[in-house]
Structure formats: structure tokens, C-alpha cells
Design a protein around this ligand. Structure first.
Ligand code: NIG
Ligand code: FE
Length: 422
């Protein structure tokens, strides 16, 4: 049995607790549920009590000898950050493409010439399961160092059944072996593989008739995602793929309106997607439809920056009543980063989210985008003790002092997994 942990005197304990049910919208995105001189009692990996240090001392003061005490004076304490959109499971890297883009090539030009997603697909097909596990595990270590305790991961660098399943199995194994919780998404519709060039509908048929049923039967994914973009999958093809997934219990997600306005936000609302991703070019009408349908906008400001594009209209979306989450989009092409703190900074700087909204977008709303809000995303009695202790006193400093990793310590299910010293 592990020792109970008693966190005391947190300068600000941002609990993210709220009476509001479901993904947070509008003003509720600014409610951080802050407790000053905050305290948490953790036992068996679960939060048993939360309140001020004085309040908890009444019930737990008598057990002080038994517990490991964490003095959080002068520190901010938050829930573990959640990354609800990554392509973290892959082999190899694409630094040459980074250089090519800086010299003028566009992301889509590189992809259409057989690079981009296709290049990573070749490397992932060739790699062994062990190699992919090792490379992914290192990336997950880096996520933890940045205060991230739950990560969604997509397949989509296989685009043949064997490698798609290989990626999903890697996730299943890593979920058991690595402290981070990995939530799997099937994304066979990440691109049309080169073997199917000119026969796109045939690929869509195979996805629908063969692969989705296998993935669902083997319970290898929770979500089904598609890259709806000109030159990749049309809105019609995307709709067919997402509707097929729904029949097998896979919840739709959609990479929408990233490069051009393509009706992706509207489609997300129509199919009842849990979230729509990217949305750099989402139309006002699409944003309105997402608000009505309660689709979470999963915004990826690091990707926009890395592609040297203008960020999505995060401010406008929140003001329109869309629940907003943020994510790294960690992938080897358009966003090779594991830093959710940087993503929070960019959400403020490039999309005009407030520091409080950015924190909600990276915790509670991010948990909702991957249906994990019953376990994580806020600090409440009965929830998992996934906690970050930061080297700042105030939640605003997290965003204000940007580009720096302020993580001091991280607990996953009540076990300390990161200690970055003073
Ligand atoms: O979300 N947009 C499509 N997929 C990824 C990029 C994947 C890659 O370039 O390898 C994204 O940005
Ligand atoms: Fe993505």
C-alpha cells in the first residue's frame, strides 16, 4: 500500500470544479474553482478530500505521520493537462520537410509529391512494433515532463490494415506500460495511400466494409477520425466514413477546415461529432452550427504557427458559445511538439483566449473531447489524482511567462512520475 499524499498550502489550487455539466462554454470557461491555501488528500490514487489546508487539517491532521507531505506554498496546483489530439504513434522524423517548407514548399505540395503523411507512413510500415513503441514511449515521457497525464493518439500512418492495427496495438500496450493514459482513435482516413491514387472511393469502401468493423470488434479504438480536406477526403466521403464508424460504436471526430473552408465544421455538427479539429478556415456559419450542436472545437495553435498560418478564431468561437479545447496535434509534420504549456501560451497569444480559458481548454474541456471527464480534467473528490505542481504562484503566470516549462512535479494516479527539482 502506498502512503497517502497530503498536498498543503497551495498558493492557488485551480480545481476546475464547476456545477456546470458537460463541456464548458462562454463565461463558464473562465471558472477555475480556485482555492487559496489549497489542500488535497490523496489515497489509493484517488482524490479523497479537497479544500483549504485548514479545512483538511480538521479531518486528516491526526494522520500527518502516515502521509507524505507536499508543501505547495508559493506554487500553483492544477489537474494534469490533457492532450485530446495527437498522432504520437509513428516512426522516423521529417526535419528535411521543415527545411523545404521554409524554402517555400507548402505542406500540401510536399504531401502530394509523396512526402508528408505518406513519408511517415512508409517509415511506420517498415518499423517493428518494438521500434515504434520505443520511439512513442520517449515522446510520452516528454509529454509527462510538460505536465500532460492523458493523451489521445490516432492511427493513420499505416493506411494498410496491418500497420493501422500495429499502431493501435502499440497504443494498447503503452497504455499498460507507460504512466500516461492513451486514448485510441482510428484514423485510417488520414490520407489516401499512394496505392489507391485515383481510386479514392475504393479506399473509402475498404475502410467502411473491412477495417472499421475489425477495429471495433477488437475494441482497439474509441473514436473514428477523418482528414476532410480538398485533395484528401471530400465532405461526402468523410460523412460516409464517420457514419459507418457510428454504426460500430466509434465516436466521430474530424480534421476540418484546416487548409481551406470545406464544410468541415458543418459536417461535424451534422454527424454529431464529439469534436472538430483545426478549424483555421471554419466559416461563421460552421461555427454557429457547432455551437448549436455542442461540438467541441479542438484548436491546435502550435500547428497553425508551425505551418506559418493564422490561428483559428478561438476568441470568436468561445464568444459564439462553442466549447473550446486545445491540443498539441503532436505529429512529425505539422506540429512536432509535446508541449501543452506552449500550446496554452499560443492559445492566448494567437487566439486571444484568456489565461483562465486556456487552462480550461487544456484540462476539463480537453477531457470532454475524449470522454474522460468522469475520471480526469478537474480536481474533485473521487477523481484520479492526476496533478501538476507548477513553479509559478498564479495561473496567469503560466501563460504570461511563455515558452518556458514551469512544471515542478507531476503525479499520475497518485504516484509521483516527474520531479524537476527546484
Ligand atoms: O493534424 N492534418 C492532418 N494530419 C496531421 C498532420 C500529420 C502529418 O503531417 O504527419 C495534422 O496536422
Ligand atoms: Fe491532427
Amino acid at each position: 500500500m502506498t502512503k497517502p499524499i497530503w498536498i498543503i498550502h497551495g498558493n492557488q489550487l485551480a480545481t476546475l470544479a464547476s456545477n456546470h455539466k458537460g463541456p464548458r462554454t462562454g463565461k463558464v470557461m473562465s471558472e477555475l474553482g480556485i482555492i487559496e491555501d489549497g489542500s488535497l488528500w490523496i489515497e489509493e490514487g484517488i482524490i479523497q478530500a479537497i479544500g483549504t489546508t485548514q479545512e483538511l487539517a480538521k479531518n486528516f491532521g491526526g494522520r500527518i505521520e502516515e502521509a507524505e507531505i507536499v508543501d505547495a506554498s508559493n506554487h500553483l496546483v492544477t489537474p494534469g493537462l490533457i492532450d485530446p489530439h495527437t498522432h504520437v504513434v509513428y516512426a522516423g522524423s521529417r526535419e528535411k520537410e521543415f527545411e523545404m517548407r521554409l524554402e517555400g514548399a507548402t505542406y500540401m505540395e510536399i504531401m502530394n509529391a509523396g512526402g508528408g503523411i505518406h513519408a511517415t507512413t512508409r517509415m511506420t510500415r517498415e518499423a517493428t512494433e518494438v521500434e515504434i513503441m520505443e520511439q512513442t514511449s520517449r515522446r510520452l515521457d516528454s509529454f509527462l515532463q510538460h505536465g500532460v497525464t492523458t493523451v489521445e493518439g490516432k492511427s493513420g500512418y499505416g493506411m494498410n490494415l496491418e500497420t493501422e492495427l500495429k499502431q493501435l496495438r502499440v497504443m494498447k500496450k503503452l497504455k499498460k506500460q507507460h504512466p500516461i493514459d492513451l486514448i485510441p482513435t482510428f484514423m485510417g482516413a488520414h490520407a489516401v495511400p499512394s496505392e489507391f491514387k485515383g481510386k479514392e472511393d475504393e479506399y473509402v469502401d475498404i475502410l467502411i466494409q473491412e477495417w472499421i468493423p475489425i477495429v471495433a470488434k477488437e475494441k482497439l479504438a474509441v473514436f473514428n477520425d477523418v482528414f476532410c480536406e480538398k485533395g484528401v477526403f471530400t465532405p461526402e466521403q468523410s460523412e460516409r466514413i464517420l457514419e459507418a464508424g457510428k454504426k460500430y460504436g466509434l465516436i466521430p471526430k474530424i480534421h476540418a477546415d484546416e487548409i481551406i473552408s470545406y464544410g468541415g465544421a458543418e459536417l461535424a455538427a451534422r454527424v454529431g461529432a464529439i469534436s472538430a479539429e483545426h478549424l483555421l478556415k471554419a466559416t461563421d456559419e460552421g461555427i454557429g452550427k457547432m455551437a448549436e450542436a455542442g461540438v467541441i472545437a479542438c484548436l491546435l495553435p502550435a500547428t497553425a504557427l508551425y505551418l506559418r498560418e493564422l490561428a483559428a478564431k478561438g476568441r470568436k468561437m468561445i464568444d459564439a458559445g462553442v466549447p473550446v479545447a486545445i491540443s498539441t496535434d503532436c505529429n512529425p509534420g505539422s506540429s512536432p511538439t509535446t508541449s501543452m504549456p506552449l500550446v496554452m501560451n499560443l492559445a492566448c497569444i494567437t487566439m486571444r483566449l484568456t489565461p483562465a480559458e486556456a487552462l480550461t481548454a487544456a484540462t476539463y474541456n480537453a477531457a470532454c473531447a475524449i470522454k474522460q471527464e468522469h475520471l480526469v480534467g478537474s480536481l474533485e473528490v473521487g477523481k484520479q489524482a492526476d496533478i501538476v505542481l507548477w513553479n509559478v504562484k498564479d495561473y496567469r503566470e503560466l501563460q504570461y511567462l511563455f515558452g518556458v516549462n514551469h512544471v515542478k512535479a507531476v503525479w499520475k494516479k497518485g504516484i509521483q512520475v516527474v520531479d524537476r527539482g527546484e
